[in-house]
Design a protein. Sequence first.
Length: 421
Amino acid sequence: MSLHLSWVDSANLARSDFPLNNLPCGVFSHGPEDPRCGMAIGDFVLDLTALEEEGLLTLTGGPYLDVPFWNEVMEAGPDIWADLRAQVTAHLAKGAPTRAAIEPHLLPLGAVTLHLPFLVSEYTDFYSGKHHAMNVGTMMRGAENALPPNWLHIPIGYNGRASSVVVSGTPVRRPWGQVKGPDHAVPAFQPSRRFDIELELGAVVGQGSTLGRPVTVEEADAMIFGFVLLNDWSARDIQGWEYQPLGPFQAKATATTISPWIVMTAALEAHRTSTPEREKPLLPYLHEPRPMLFDIELEVALAPMGQPETVIARTNYKEMYYSAAQQLAHHTTSGCAMNVGDLLGSGTISGPQKGNRGSLMELSWGGKEPFEVAGGTRSFIEDNDTLTLRGYARGDGFKIGFGACVGQVIPALADPYARKK
Ligand code: MN
């Protein structure tokens, strides 16, 4: 696919995350004004709430953009999603006759604050990266038993917390929790010493399903409005003590950071790719009828306070063993209803090589092999480190970018139970 040229010159530059082909959905505020909906274009955000108010965007059944979240657009359905993209594309295309009316509604990205782009209904996190599952399993149980027996048959996951999903830029405080080392007889309550990231993609569910009615993989694919970068912060020492037999709980509940822009599935269509070859046949309900994974290049950078960042991992979303559509379809097999605004984490995305590992635990092999960053070495995150995820699908001379997903880890509270008198 070729670049669609815009009269917003910065959108046509190869460095831009936001060419006209992208048009990702966000929520922004400017100074003291209330947050509103916008789409990123080049170095700007286009105020769609204003466009709809002024009649420059007319969507059947609207208004949808008079609220500071994208859930109402999502609920309106795929025809409205397509119509919205078509209208905004026409307004921003090179030579658009409406340019004079649209241009006053562009704000420089540097002048706005970005907020969570949608109300997160619920958050489920999967474990669908085979390289990650192999690495973690090998550390925990040895190479022979690395993959759990269900892994090649089910996209396994756990129900996480929507309440701690935060937008990029939100500081993340190192959590306290219950931990027990192998040499200790009893657990202790202390700040996590093995705080980590997980590089993931988040699928944003834009259409709900009915309680009691499972959806097919094909239906699931059409329900996904778009994707965000997702950092599933993880306290490995808390996880190691608490996770059996019901899976992670407080280890994963501190925070989940997402990038501020939802890249619509429509913007990624040209980048579809199939899941890797099956090692064991899947049950029919999980068959992928056509390519449902996406070729999205990903990286993680770590910057200690006062130091430049070091890219510590590079990988690709196409490494996943299960697509988001397969995960979503599996999620409904029980009859569980999915809601507009559900967020599905892919699972940590690691690749086959050491430099492709999407968590510090894998990169440092459980702390046994510290790696170098500017100004020091790391096994796990240290206080005041900033972690940045980036991702983009590569077009011919342009990219469909996600913007950055950033979080700085700030020191644990001195006493989490201290109360002001
Ligand atoms: Mn995860």
